[in-house]
Design a protein around this ligand. Structure first.
Ligand code: PBG
Length: 335
């Protein structure tokens, strides 16, 4: 009863590039990538120190950048405003200004590139002096859920009026997806979708983004604590509850964020929902690959591509990534 273990040789399927291509289970394709982009009022493109190669664009530059992305086969962009600090207040009221930077930029973009998809965050952090995603309770101690949800519903309608394809609530307030769906429908925006940041963790990996939009605690403290609304990184079961609530309330796409450190959450969610899953490879995930490559400790392109492939393998159909343009070029260059 001798078993010859070597009758099964999995290495046969790894023997050449052609066999590996033939049997590959997961692929990266530009059509699955969304580029997060930053827009500012005017002036030359500005680099973001902790995000190499990422720029804050003025609206005209942003438009030509989006043309390039579309030419690379990237279907859309998530646009984040970096507004003049003088426009910020405790209520984030600039978020509702129909002529504000974000709305004007989106209108221009959709007029010039109607087929290119535009996603915009529904959360107050680029607009508030304190940097929180909502408005504070009278004692100033916590974000007031229900008052914030009412503002976010109006914010979503303002973005839909500007022409976005998907609003993307990233605030983690309870009940916001349902309230936003209702407000959009009441305003005649049945066709505007909701990409819900359903499972958004209170993550240290958001640091560089907060530099990019200038939401890093204008209040003075360096560390902005969002743990009363963003999720505890320790909680996979709670993550499924959040996702289920958003699905019930009418989300069209569910998102997990960050992506790389939370592949187990993506995989678990993939088994529980039939909706498309998006994952946001956030600023800190991008920055750490750049930093290690700059030190000569990691191979930049291989690490970049592997980090994205891993997110697809875990079960995400859509990836928001600052590597979008480069990764799309790399896909095109591959035979
Ligand atoms: C704001 C928002 C954040 C990100 C996207 N939308 C930051 C935060 O919650 O503080 C992070 C994106 C990134 O780090 O790339 N609601």
């Amino acid at each position: 009863m001798d078993i010859n273990w070597l009758r099964r040789r999995p290495r046969r399927l790894r023997a050449s590039p052609a066999i590996r291509d033939l049997t590959r289970e997961t692929r990266l394709h530009p059509s699955n990538l969304i580029a997060p982009l930053f827009v500012k009022n005017a002036g030359a493109p500005e680099p973001v120190a902790s995000m190499p190669g990422v720029l804050r664009h003025n609206p005209d530059d942003l438009l030509s950048h989006c043309r390039n992305l579309a030419d690379l086969g990237i279907p859309g962009a998530a646009i984040f405003p970096s507004i003049d600090p003088s426009l910020k207040d405790a209520e984030g009221s600039e978020a509702l200004n129909p002529k504000g930077l974000l709305h004007a930029t989106v209108a221009k973009l959709k007029a010039a590139l109607p087929g290119f998809l535009v996603f915009t965050d529904v959360a107050l952090d680029p607009y508030t002096t304190h940097g929180h995603d909502g408005v504070l309770d009278p004692a100033g101690r916590d974000v007031d859920n229900d008052r914030t949800v009412a503002i976010l519903a109006r914010m979503a309608v303002a973005q839909a009026n500007a022409g976005v394809d998907f609003v993307a609530p990233s605030d983690m307030m309870d009940g916001r997806v349902g309230a936003i769906r209702e407000a959009l429908d009441a305003a005649g925006h049945q066709r505007t979708g909701i990409l819900a940041y359903s499972v958004k963790f209170a993550s240290a990996f958001y640091g560089p983004f907060r530099d990019a939009v200038g939401s890093r605690a204008a209040a003075g403290t360096h560390h902005l604590d969002k743990r009363t609304y963003q999720m505890d990184p320790a909680n996979p079961r709670e993550a499924m509850i959040e996702a289920r609530l958003d699905e019930e309330q009418g989300a069209d796409i569910l998102m997990v964020k960050p992506a790389g450190p939370y592949l187990d959450i993506i995989a678990r969610l993939r088994e529980r929902t039939d909706l498309p899953i998006a994952a946001y490879q956030v600023s800190g995930e991008f920055a750490q690959i750049h930093a290690a490559a700059k030190l000569g400790w990691l191979d930049y392109e291989r690490t970049r591509d592997e980090s994205l492939l891993a997110i697809r393998r875990a079960g995400a159909t859509i990836i928001l990534t600052y590597f979008a343009a480069e990764a799309a070029k790399a896909c095109a260059a591959r035979p």
